[in-house]
Design a protein around this ligand. Structure first.
Ligand code: ATP
Length: 259
């Protein structure tokens, strides 16, 4: 079941460097939220705090609150591994395990979580996950071939299948199409629109047309200068952000005047 994420007064650090300051935003369930903004404003950094991937970097930490359906993800006793299981992530470059078979790639996250699974259940999970990522018809006859035998766009859909196989509630996508050709990009965008029936989706994108095409809400981040923290400038329905943003900086960015 898709869940909502509420962020309140979040400051994000790399050691002493305050990379992103004072973010408060609500991310609605069963919707696609796009993060846009110029390079270095902290979109990826902020995205990684939503499933506690940020703290994997030595010295990296946060102040403030990130809650999923009211539960503080940084609360005492919360297991970061469980957080990452319920909030999955898809990266910029498709990163299937190259020598592992297509089927085993889908199951990799499940196996990592030490879940025992019967052969029949594994087959069902492979099929449902690949159907969920719109890849089943293309690979059903070659599930034992290595992940690296697929095209870039297929590999990215394989990674999405791997992410949804662990049944997350939220999917974070960090520029998932930036390494893909236009056709594969459209396939992933169609898939994102379908996935929001079941998941809450957050996508970082440099492509404004993509944000306009796939997202329901858009959050614009900006940075006033190098060495200064990135900040969330405004967030609203995507149609509003692209037609009548409140802030001039948003309008300038969207209309290509900077960034
Ligand atoms: N591992 C890290 N260690 C230290 N500083 C980092 C690290 N990763 C990112 N930063 C810094 O944090 C700030 C935000 O970077 P981030 O990659 O989140 O921005 P971004 O908006 O996603 O950029 P881009 O659009 O170029 O991917 C930058 O100043 C960057 O140099």
């Amino acid at each position: 079941m898709a869940k909502r994420i509420d962020v309140k007064d979040l400051n994000i650090y790399y050691s002493d460097f305050l990379a992103v300051a004072d973010v408060s935003v609500d991310i609605e369930p069963n919707s696609v939220t796009a993060f846009i903004g110029p390079s270095g404003c902290g979109k990826s950094t902020f995205l990684r705090t939503l499933n506690r991937m940020h703290e994997v970097i030595p010295g990296a930490r946060v102040e403030g609150k990130v809650a999923m359906d009211g539960v503080d993800l940084y609360g005492e006793g919360v297991d970061p591994v469980a957080v990452r299981r319920s909030i999955g992530m898809v990266f910029q470059r498709p990163n299937p395990f190259p020598t592992m078979s297509i089927a085993e790639n889908v199951l990799a996250g499940v196996r990592l979580n030490n879940r025992r699974i019967s052969k029949g259940d594994a087959q069902d999970l492979v099929e449902s996950s690949l159907r969920g990522s719109n890849l089943w018809n293309e690979v059903k006859d070659r599930l034992t071939r290595p992940g690296s035998s697929l095209s870039g766009g297929q590999q990215q859909r394989l990674c999405i299948a791997r992410a949804i196989a662990v049944r997350p509630q939220v999917l974070l996508m960090d520029e998932p199409c930036s390494a893909l050709d236009p056709i594969s990009t459209l396939a992933i965008e169609d898939l994102i629109s379908e996935l929001k029936d079941n998941y809450t989706i957050v996508i970082v994108t440099h492509n404004m047309q993509q944000a306009a095409r796939v997202s329901d809400r858009t959050a614009f981040f900006n940075i006033a200068g190098s060495g200064l923290p990135g900040r969330l400038i405004e967030v609203d329905a995507t149609s509003t952000m692209f037609s009548s943003p409140r802030e001039k900086a948003t309008e300038d960015y969207i209309s290509g005047r900077f960034g």
